[in-house]
Design a protein around this ligand. Structure first.
Ligand code: ADP
Ligand code: MG
Length: 411
């Protein structure tokens, strides 16, 4: 396991104020960009970089990684392999990450080797640990205008006795390595909390009050090395069994006042993190109308895949632009859109494995299919997504509903 070193977020100095002077030259097409992680996010990053004339070097221990299959170079090694990091540093002008649990050590080592690293480990490490994340969100609540849900860190036996009654029912979440609803469980009583914590082998957790959600949204923001910050429209997300199911933009349920507040909060957060790159912040809009910040992803996000076909600039192109220190692109939404996630389940209907009816779905000409080139479909495994675009929210919704029927998605 790699230790992360959360920064002291109580300090009042925003380091972006300090760095503004050391502007750097742009990294131009033809150069190599490096990406740590070879999953689907790395693959879509690679496509975007190559479209602009960059070359890509992927570092991923997996021989069959989705990004490794399309990049000019794939270094197949562990993320903390010194020789591999040296090789990355010798080839690449800049490096970014496609997964949030990238060891801080790898980012730091690359930086020490003289490569431009964006985002840096201090920004990424906050999102790697729910304790640091909640602390960060709570510290800057006033500045962002939105804070985290009521919560308590569970680290020692005695913490359980001190949980205020009004945190129940709550959701116990492991501080590290949770994703797609994994590493979390709802607890109604102190006894259930004790049992759940035992089951998590008493690792450090956060107990969060279960909020009365009206709907869930995410805000995607991008910051350049020169402190330019751009934001995409707020996206509305539906999860099924803890996994993102659809993202709809424009967000149908949100008011313009709420949207403005959420975008401002996300911009404040990316600046406070002194973060260069693409960042996604998930928010809950409560039945009461109040908003809470849920979590931060230090990379392009599944809920931002719609940008590939509905916006002037995709989130992956922005990741390229930010790390290459070239100006960010327009985030303008050109069309109405819904993104539908495609899971391995779609291959595994009635206990048999068969290829979904892509041809049938593509009869609707405004349907954009994205598959990640993963060989083995498994239940709950993200295999691809479809972006439906159109002039109206209504036509997009109909196209999506039709595809859900054709693919026999039963979630
Ligand atoms: P993950 O890292 O798995 O995405 P999240 O903290 O985002 O973890 O939780 C996954 C989902 O669980 C959320 O999208 C939301 O639907 C639900 N959830 C999480 N925390 C709360 C909460 N405090 N109150 C109500 N629902 C919650
Ligand atoms: Mg989440």
């Amino acid at each position: 396991a790699y230790e992360i070193r959360p920064r002291d977020w109580s300090s009042d100095v925003c380091s972006s104020d300090l760095n503004m002077a050391d502007r750097l030259d742009p990294i131009l097409p033809g150069s190599y960009l490096g990406i740590l992680g070879g999953g689907q996010l790395g693959r879509m990053f690679t496509h975007a970089a190559q479209a602009m004339g960059y070359k890509v070097c992927v570092l991923d221990p997996d021989l069959n990684s989705p990004a490794g299959a399309v990049a000019e170079k794939h270094i197949q090694a562990d993320y903390v392999d010194h020789a591999a990091l040296k090789e990355v540093a010798s080839i690449c002008q800049a490096v970014s990450t496609e997964f949030e649990n990238v060891p801080a050590q790898a980012l730091d080592e690359l930086e020490a080797l003289g490569v431009y690293v964006a985002p840096t480990s201090s920004g990424v490490s906050v999102a790697q640990n729910r304790v640091a994340e909640k602390k960060f969100l709570a510290t800057w609540k006033d500045e962002a205008g939105i804070g985290p849900a009521p919560h308590l860190v569970i680290e020692h036996d005695s913490d359980i006795a001190h949980v205020p009654d009004d945190l129940f029912p709550g959701i116990l979440k492991t501080a590290r390595m949770g994703y797609d609803g994994k590493g979390q469980v709802t607890v109604h009583t102190r006894d259930e909390l004790s049992q759940a914590w035992e089951k998590f082998n008493r690792v450090i957790c956060v107990l969060e009050k279960r909020m009365d959600l009206d709907f869930e949204v995410s805000a995607l923001v991008v910051r350049g090395h020169d402190d330019q910050v751009v934001a995409y429209p707020v996206a509305e997300n539906i999860h099924k069994s803890g996994i993102l199911h659809t993202t709809t933009v424009p967000a149908p349920s949100i008011s313009s006042a709420q949207e403005k507040k959420i975008v401002e909060a996300a911009k404040a957060i990316i600046r406070r993190l002194d973060y260069v790159g693409v960042l996604c912040v998930e928010f809950f809009v409560l039945k009461s109308g109040d908003i809470v910040a849920n979590e931060i992803a230090p990379r392009p996000h599944n809920s931002g895949h719609y940008t590939q076909n509905a916006c002037v600039t995709s989130q992956f192109e922005q990741q390229v632009r930010a790390m290459a220190r070239i100006p960010l692109g327009s985030t303008e939404l050109v069309q109405s859109t819904i993104m539908l996630n495609i899971l391995g389940d779609e291959w595994l209907i009635n206990g048999q494995q068969s290829e979904p009816l892509w041809n049938e779905i593509l009869k609707e000409p405004k349907t954009k299919l994205h598959l990640y080139g993963k060989a083995e479909p498994r239940h709950g495994r993200k295999m691809g997504h479809i972006n439906f675009v159109g002039a109206t929210a209504k036509e997009v919704k109909l196209a999506c509903e039709n595809a859900v029927k054709v693919l026999r998605i039963a979630r």
